[in-house]
Design a binder for this molecule. Structure first.
Ligand code: 5RP
Length: 291
């Protein structure tokens, strides 16, 4: 008997203390499973409620992007300053040491290159077993609302959400903007809400006018994409506005690794995302860090 093996005078059942309970810190995530919450809490800092994700998955459509010719040299030194690494399984396995121990947003859609006139026809490129093997904290799937490949991309998204739900792995629904696709508030309102209703636990979208309407109408956390390289002060203003208007974080690539000083830039972004710094404070901080 376990009791007779112990030699303790008395037990304390804390009869006057109610059982511990907490409201989970991320919106819309109260009713997901423990394992999924644990993964989300690895991606989003429970203190700030926010995340800095570093995207370097560009090669899956663009080949070797400027600034990412050598992922093994560029990405590891930045990893200590971010919450999540977003990459393909090929890049992660070949060029990112697993000892960095960072949450991974695994790019799981694949299929169309920048040479394709219509890039909206993707497939699921990574199955759930390999996502588990990669210890993915979430799986990223592109959705092309309003494009010829819309239905297929929604099917990819829903299949991935179903597989992720079986194993407690969240899905990051990435709102695509193709050559011919709109970048209006109306479009992002529609697309983000659709992808959340399909069941994606996190949404990645672009910043736009009236962004607070997008974050308000979306029942789950939104992170913004950085997009093409901007001057550092403008990229920091983009981050600042997105966070102020309800984004739960940023998922930035080119504005970090193509920066004049990537380490300073990623730290300045984190100041806004986790420490409520203004864009001006973050830019001054950026300028103060030597290359
Ligand atoms: C594209 C993506 C990419 O990860 C993302 O856009 C790259 O980041 P950035 O635009 O900041 O360079 O999800 O669908």
């Amino acid at each position: 008997m376990a009791d007779s093996m112990e030699n303790k005078a008395g037990h304390n059942y804390y009869l006057d203390v109610p059982p511990a309970s907490e409201v989970f810190f991320l919106k819309g995530m109260d009713h997901v499973d423990w394992g999924m919450k644990n993964r989300l809490a690895r991606m989003f800092n429970p203190k700030s409620g926010h995340t800095v994700m570093l995207a370097f998955d560009h090669g899956y459509i663009m080949g070797s992007t400027a600034g990412l010719e050598r992922i093994d040299i560029v990405i590891p030194p930045l990893a200590g300053h971010v919450d999540v690494l977003m990459g393909t399984r090929g890049a992660l396995r070949a060029a990112v040491p697993p000892t960095l121990d960072k949450a991974v947003a695994l790019r799981c859609s694949a299929g169309s290159s920048v040479l394709d006139e219509d890039m909206s026809h993707e497939v699921i490129g990574v199955n759930i077993e390999d996502a588990i093997r990669m210890n993915a904290s979430c799986m990223a799937i592109q959705t092309f609302i309003g494009a010829p490949g819309e239905k297929t991309s929604i099917q990819n998204l829903c299949n991935t959400i179903d597989a992720g739900n079986r194993y407690g792995i969240p899905t990051l629904g990435v709102i695509a903007v193709g050559k011919e696709m709109e970048r209006t508030t109306k479009y992002f309102l529609l697309a983000t809400r659709m992808v959340a209703e399909f069941g994606a636990q996190i949404i990645k979208t672009y910043y736009c006018d009236e962004f607070e309407k997008i974050t308000s109408a979306c029942p789950v956390p939104i992170v913004i994409a950085g997009g093409k390289k901007l001057p550092e002060n403008e990229a920091l203003t983009l981050c600042f506005r997105a966070i102020r208007e309800g984004a739960a974080g940023v998922d930035m690539g080119r504005n970090i690794f193509q920066s004049e000083n990537p380490r300073a830039m990623v730290k300045a972004v984190a100041k806004i995302v986790h420490e409520n710094a203004s864009d001006k404070e973050a830019y001054d901080f950026y300028l103060s860090i030597k290359k």
